[in-house]
Write a protein that binds this ligand. Structure first.
Ligand code: AMP
Length: 415
């Protein structure tokens, strides 16, 4: 054991997984821009009230999972357990909604939740996501879902999409008493956690993974049967738009989101092969959130994708065979070391990734280092070639070599 290790449940993302991680973030950010979203950065910590107000007492994240601390100025601050509330707080604070609607923003952010760690469930993890504020939908709902699906597709992940509508508070005030009555009738059969949820957040009982709870919930009344006309129309609109966009989904009437500010559309993507933590992303509409945070009414919808879990799922598909490096510059003679530095610089300027030996190794050891670095090519600088103004370009996989002018290496490599 070393003197220090990463805190429990928080992990280091190391190469080569960090390369997959990075690819997921890039694919997401590229697509977010392509769909007209712009980046937003919010602080890693917020006034604790931001989460108390938005997640509401009674939600598990607030009661059990927040990293809350008091700073030297006696302020209560919390590491963000969710990215949506901070974005909406920023929109309200800076009046972004006054500059024209919808406000379309995206983020890449660390998230902190003090959960019980297990495979695919960490206490610090990274989410990429978008928030679209100002439109009541359903077109924007469909766009947001399509965008999440596009990101997963771009990284090569097949994920199943589950969709539901949880109505607006009016629908829920019809439905919740019926659900609570049902749950109270079966109280003895439910797990301790679920019994606790009946009075606090009864919808959450649907999220339980306990067999006993699942058995009970298979017969539970469903929110879908209590949607008002306009929520039902909205849901029909979303389904039609997704169908015409060629996006497959399954309506899952037991899909509820854990957070109370969600309204209407709720969705989740899951991927096979991840075990019990199989959700790679999810989102939904949160028409009541702006007001909960003291802003004007402002409907919104967004999603968050879990980068760590997506990277895990992508890795499970097979090794990422992308070479980590285009070219490793190798010197056959010590007299060429300066020239090698210059060669690496020129290649990098030409947009090719290149590395070089910094450990004063001999030729053979340099070629080994090139292999270890995952280089697709090596460029060998020798005295004889230098006299002719040439280098040897070697395909690291096949061992094939050719003599070529340094100035032409970049073009060859990019072919
Ligand atoms: P949520 O904000 O709970 O809707 O989560 C959105 C996505 O973030 C999930 O689908 C997961 O992919 C990911 N996620 C949530 N919690 C964790 C966690 N503790 N560790 C790793 N990824 C997580």
């Amino acid at each position: 054991v070393t003197l220090f290790q990463a805190p429990k449940g928080a992990s280091d993302v190391l190469p080569p997984r960090s390369g997959v991680f990075e690819r997921v973030v890039r694919a997401g950010e590229d697509l977010f821009r392509r769909y007209g979203y712009r980046r937003v950065e919010t602080p890693v910590f917020e006034d604790t009230g931001v989460f108390e107000r938005s997640l509401q007492e009674g939600s598990e994240i607030v009661t059990k999972q927040m990293y809350t601390f008091t700073d030297r100025g006696s302020r209560s601050l919390t590491l963000k357990p969710d990215a949506t509330a901070p974005v909406v707080r920023a929109v309200i604070e800076h009046g972004l909604d006054r500059a024209g609607l919808p406000v379309k923003l995206y983020y890449t952010s660390p998230i902190f939740r003090q959960e019980r760690p297990q495979a695919g469930r960490r206490r610090q993890f990274t989410q990429i996501g978008v928030e679209a504020l100002g439109s009541p939908g359903p077109e924007i709902d469909a766009e947001v879902i399509e965008l999440a699906a596009a990101v997963l597709k771009a990284v090569g992940l097949e994920a199943a999409l589950a969709l539901n509508s949880i109505g607006h508070p009016g629908c829920r005030s019809e439905y919740l008493p019926v659900l609570v009555e049902f749950l109270n009738g079966r109280r003895e059969e439910l797990s301790k956690d679920s019994q606790f949820r009946i009075d606090r957040n009864p919808l959450r009982v649907f999220d339980s993974k306990e067999d006993a709870d699942r058995k009970v919930m298979a017969g539970a009344p469903l929110i879908g049967d209590y949607l008002c006309g306009s929520c039902a129309d909205h849901f029909d609109g979303v389904k039609e738009l997704l169908t015409s966009a060629g996006i497959e989904f399954v309506v899952q009437q037991t899909l509820v989101r854990g957070l109370d500010y969600y309204t209407r559309t709720a969705f989740e993507f899951t991927s096979k092969g991840l075990g019990s933590q199989d959700a790679v992303g999810g989102g939904g509409r949160y028409d009541g959130l702006s007001e909960a945070l003291g802003g004007d009414p402002l409907p919104g919808i967004g999603f968050a994708l879990g980068v760590d879990r997506i990277a895990l799922a992508v890795e499970n598909l097979g090794p990422a065979d992308e070479a980590a490096l285009d070219v490793y510059v190798v010197t056959a003679a010590d007299s060429q070391r300066r020239a090698a530095l210059e060669a690496a610089r020129r290649l990098r300027e030409a947009g090719v990734s290149a590395d070089i030996d910094f450990m004063s190794r001999g030729l053979k050891a340099q070629l080994k280092a090139a292999d270890r670095a995952g280089a697709r090519w090596s460029v060998v600088l020798g005295e004889r070639e230098a006299a002719e103004g040439k280098v040897t370009l070697r395909d690291m996989a096949s061992g094939e070599q050719s003599e070529i002018e340094l100035g032409q290496v970049a073009a060859r490599v990019k072919q």
